[in-house]
Design a protein around this ligand. Structure first.
Ligand code: ASP
Length: 280
């Protein structure tokens, strides 16, 4: 059993020591709690559990505390991939929902598995998800002060390997912040979140760079074709460098290799496989 999570890039929500410690503590607590959950649940159930906890924590740019788009509206995207069934599901730019990853989980059982905007909200409402406004005062203030000119990235994600050897990946985001309304993030695409029976990957960073590189799907394909996870990630990040791409990834393979890397300083992460490791 293995689990790794990320909370996007550190630049999100300020870069002071206090924020760093708060993120280390939050990621350590969530990864430990999720590892305990993995003891009695599948990888698929566990990645939804872990990402829900991350969405509920306003320190991260997903669910509660997400960034606001340039029209003042908050739109969330999330996706889930089951490495066992090879099914991918997700929601793109959904509004007024607390946990978009849980809507993605519901969609996994349907023929139409990726929904956007109003359609996603209608589906969630039919499924019994209540109205929830995830805008917190800090993000509203940032929006009003138009502070988003600087790059502020802080998506969340989780990859887990369960006791039966199954892998799953989940990713959730509030987007880049101040983007053109309805811009599509990588997080609800196979570039930002992908898993099969060889590996699972969750990405963070500039969605356009991640999509151009088909990053998560490419790394998983390389592992499927025989690369180690480290080699697959390092080669993909070398290629990303040639276009000055901005990204971070976490991953696990079926053989239990756990790896994370980033193109810029730095992605925050935590992993648990019997002992806790956290970014420093
Ligand atoms: N990848 C996300 C996006 O471009 C942002 C992030 O990772 O923080 O929407």
């Amino acid at each position: 059993m293995k689990i790794i999570i990320h909370g996007g890039f550190f630049s999100e929500s300020g870069t002071n020591q206090e924020t760093k410690i708060a993120k280390q503590e939050a990621l350590s607590a969530i990864v430990s709690q999720s590892y305990a959950y993995l003891n009695t649940h599948t990888a698929l159930e566990t990645v939804v559990y872990a990402v829900s906890l991350l969405e509920d924590n306003p320190l991260f740019n997903a669910g509660l505390g997400s960034q606001i788009q340039s029209d003042g509206q908050l739109r969330l995207s999330a996706s889930l991939m089951d490495g066992k069934s090879l099914k991918f599901s997700g929601v793109i730019n959904i509004q007024n929902i607390k946990n978009p990853i849980q809507v993605s989980e519901k969609l996994l059982a349907y023929d139409d598995r990726v929904l956007s905007g109003e359609g996603a909200l209608n589906f969630a409402t039919e499924q019994g998800f209540g109205f929830f406004n995830p805008i917190i005062p800090q993000r509203q203030q940032e929006y009003e002060q138009k502070l988003a000119q600087s790059s502020r990235l802080g998506t969340v994600g989780c990859v887990a390997l369960d006791v039966d050897g199954n892998l799953a990946a989940a990713t959730s985001t509030g987007g880049k912040g101040f983007e053109i309304p309805c811009r599509v993030s990588d997080s609800a695409t196979v570039a930002g979140n992908f898993a099969n029976d060889h590996a699972g990957i969750s990405c963070t960073g500039v969605g356009e760079d991640i999509v151009s590189a088909a990053l998560a799907a490419k790394i998983v394909t390389r592992v499927t074709d025989g690369f180690t996870l480290k080699h697959a990630c390092d080669k993909s990040f070398e290629e990303l460098k040639t276009v000055d791409g901005f990204a971070g990834v976490i991953g696990i393979t079926a053989s239990g290799e756990v790896y994370h890397t980033d193109s810029h300083a730095y992605m925050v992460w935590a992993a648990f496989d019997g002992s806790l490791q956290v970014f420093n």
